[in-house]
Design a protein around this ligand. Structure first.
Ligand code: 3H9
Length: 696
């Protein structure tokens, strides 16, 4: 095995190279190697300056996240970085790729920093429920000023080299393309000019932007985005320390706050998701020789909200896109939707006018299937009806070239029946996007019984190109996400009949962390969508209460925001939901008619009924191999359904609660609410009753 840290002398420079693929994380052997290398360079008389570089594709991308679950081993990163900073010879960091977390902290412990123009710099610990713990909360404000430092640490978003130079984070941008050669020559010029160690810890924090009210204002500004999270508040406290107490004391407090974060359930949940999202890309059993097909031209069929959103997502990823709809009005409405979304992105400064023009130019419109003859991938996004979709796929079979991938964006229907309408079911699969398709990160990739491994590999690669998390799921009604949604929605509907107002259910679940409450979501998505799907199903329970309130609203023309009223009332031009007296009365009368007793339902019960229903159905999906892994279910619910990231997804949350506790809770609901919906899933029961029940 090659050493993770190399040491080399070039003239008067000691060149220390970290080489720990894939991302040069600061694992224990790296820390040890760095400590030894720095000590050696200090000892060697001929060395006047130390240059720190990384091999491979990136500078250090952070501490080794896998080590957070293990007992800490010396040298600890904060101590090592203090040792680097205290070094008697100047230390220069040369950065390429991404300097993230402990990586950027390492660079800040060096005395001088240079970077290639494409390099990026960030402290993304907040995304893992953590805060920078190797002096980052103290050194960054000293270099960039308080506000810029807070913005980087609270958003977790990296900045580019230009901004890093402007804010004082780095000293020089290297332009030649040969980072090693140019960094050596810059380091030598520093040595020749007699550059001295320049510890950041000895600098003053530029204080002009933190008058008395500054931190209070800052907290207010971030309150909505950081709702429910622990680490952002602790980051702000660390930065308050940076401007008010000596460096060493502040460092000790940074450490104790970091430990608080690290041991929190939130951080465990967020770290779980970090690995879960990467694990989702790995498909066990997939033929390793299955090479993704080349995708350049994409056709999207159906120019409605979903179709145009998918088209926009593909344009944003650089594909040529053909939007096809046989209805001319629908087609031009789709095009207008896309161009108005592009305009908005330009207005908000997210893209330049040139980028918008380039995207618009790559969009072509068509009305006839012949236009699809050269498409590499066709994504069907027409009306959610089996009959309609089968007709479409029979026509695609005629129009598309051999080797084209044929995908349906169905959100619930049987992908195999759709595939059977073609002569090439191996090329057919589901690509289930979530609305708005250019924004939502999730792509459920539905494997049909005959879908080839090559087509699955193509879809996984396609999801990556779109910047989405692709999760492979099996074929059944609603796949993983929408199948589980049925249980969640069912309980939120049942509780209405039991006398819980919709606004209370929404408030409690949003308070628990869901991005929105279920009734507000229903109004946003359109209640008619679920209504039509329920009409298509033949396997619904024989239960007059099942989604009764939603059905009544649709039958009264209350479809949600789009019709100006749904579960809630809306005022023109205002999307704020207002409780409706009429709906409250309608629900009361219907409960009376159906004989549903009104009961006191606690906030805890609201949460448990909705979330345990999810977990129970998730366990069935896992048992039936509709989901490959419990962690895939978590990735789906966090990225597609507004499940709070800081709770790690429904299955992780259940593990944290203890599967036995979840099982017991479900059994109690079976006693009070009956066993129609509350039979524990066999897998949950098996795991919960096993002696060592601690996860899936
Ligand atoms: C920290 O630094 C705390 C300190 O303040 C204090 C400490 C005392 N550790 O994402 P990719 C793996 S907290 C371990 O697919 P990309 C990843 O799992 C850390 N493993 O590549 C994957 O493994 P596999 C702060 C890591 O090119 C492989 O590397 N830093 C780590 O799309 C490739 O990853 C961060 O939060 C790690 N730190 O993106 C940065 N990072 O192949 C986290 C990656 O087995 N990392 N792996 O699935 C990233 O954001 C992205 O990985 C990066 C590359 C942008 C670097």
């Amino acid at each position: 095995m090659h050493p993770p840290v190399r040491y080399q002398i070039v003239d008067n420079l000691a060149i220390v190279t970290i080489d720990n693929p894939p991302v040069n994380a600061l694992s224990h052997p790296v820390r040890e190697g760095l400590q030894t290398a720095i000590a050696r360079a200090v000892e060697e008389h001929d060395v006047s300056l130390i240059l720190l570089l990384c091999a491979g594709r990136t500078f250090v991308a952070g501490a080794d996240i896998r080590e957070f679950g293990q007992p800490p081993r010396k040298p600890h990163l904060p101590d090592l970085l203090n040792q680097i900073e205290a070094c008697s010879k100047p230390v220069v960091a040369a950065i390429h790729g991404t300097a993230l977390g402990g990586g950027l902290e390492t660079a800040m412990a060096c005395h001088y920093r240079c970077a290639v123009r494409e390099a990026r710099f960030g402290l993304p610990e907040v995304n893992l429920g953590l805060l920078p713990d190797a002096g980052g909360t103290q050194r960054l404000p000293r270099l960039t000023g308080v506000e810029a430092a807070l913005d980087m640490m609270i958003s977790g978003r990296p900045i580019g080299a230009g901004q890093a130079l402007e804010t004082g984070l780095i000293d020089k941008i290297l332009d030649s393309g040969d980072i090693r050669a140019e960094a050596i020559s810059w380091a030598q010029s520093l040595a020749a000019s007699g550059a001295r160690p320049r510890p950041v810890s000895a600098m003053d924090v530029p204080g002009e932007d933190c008058n008395a009210g500054f931190f209070a204002d800052y907290r207010n500004r971030i309150a909505r985005k950081t709702r429910g999270l622990l680490s952002p508040e602790l980051i702000v406290q660390c930065v308050e320390d940076a401007v008010s107490i000596p460096f060493d004391q502040a460092l000790a407090r940074e450490r104790s706050r970091f430990m608080e974060c690290k041991s929190s359930p939130q951080s465990a949940a967020l770290r779980h998701l970090f690995f879960a999202e990467r694990e989702a890309a790995k498909i066990p059993g997939l033929d390793p020789s299955a090479v993704p097909r080349q995708i350049a031209k994409i056709a999207v069929l159906g120019a409605g909200t979903m179709g145009s959103g998918i088209a926009l997502a593909c344009l944003e990823a650089g594909f040529d896109v053909q939007l096809l709809d046989s209805n001319e009005d629908a087609l031009s409405a789709g095009q207008e939707r896309i161009s108005s979304l592009l305009d908005k992105q330009v207005e908000k400064g997210r893209i330049t006018a040139n980028e918008a023009a380039d995207r618009a130019r790559r969009l072509r419109l068509a009305q006839a299937y012949e236009a699809l003859s050269d498409a590499d991938l066709v994504i069907e996004a027409v009306f959610e009806s089996m009959e309609v979709k089968r007709d479409v796929f029979a026509a695609l079979d005629q129009a598309c070239r051999q080797g084209a991938v044929l995908a349906t964006n169905t959100s619930t229907l049987d992908v195999d029946r759709i595939a059977q309408a073609t002569s090439r079911p191996r090329d057919v699969l589901g690509l289930h996007f979530f609305s708005p398709a250019n924004v939502m990160r999730l792509l459920e990739i539905v494997r049909g019984a005959q879908t080839s491994d090559e087509v699955i590999a193509t879809a996984m690669a396609f999801a990556r190109r779109l910047g989405k998390v692709g999760v492979l799921v099996g074929n059944c009604f609603g796949f993983v996400g929408n199948r589980m949604l049925y249980g969640y929605g069912r309980e939120s509907q049942m509780m209405l009949l039991e006398g819980v107002p919709p606004e209370r259910i929404d408030r409690v679940l949003a308070g628990w962390g869901m991005a929105m409450g279920p009734h507000a979501v229903g109004d946003l998505a359109g209640l008619d969508v679920g209504y039509k799907i329920r009409r298509e199903r033949t396997d619904l329970p024989d239960d007059p209460c099942f989604y009764r309130v939603a059905d009544m609203l649709v039958e009264r023309g209350r479809l949600g925001q789009k019709s100006g009223s749904g579960m809630y009332d809306y005022q023109p031009g205002d999307r704020a939901p207002r409780p409706s007296a009429m709906v409250a009365q309608m629900i009361r009368e219907e409960a009376d008619r159906l004989g549903v007793a009104q009961r006191e339902v606690s906030d805890q019960e609201i949460i448990k009924r909705c979330i345990f229903a999810l977990v129970n159905e998730g366990a069935r999906c896992l048992d039936e191999k509709i989901a490959l892994r419990a962690s895939d279910i978590d990735v789906i619910w966090v990225n597609g359904y507004g499940f709070p990231r800081f709770r790690g997804g429904p299955m992780f949350y259940a593990s944290q609660l203890g599967l036995r506790n979840v099982y017991d809770g479900i059994c109690r609901f079976r006693e009070t609410l009956g066993d129609r919906y509350w039979r524990p899933a066999p897998l949950l029961e098996k795991l919960a009753l096993a002696d060592d029940a601690d996860g899936w």
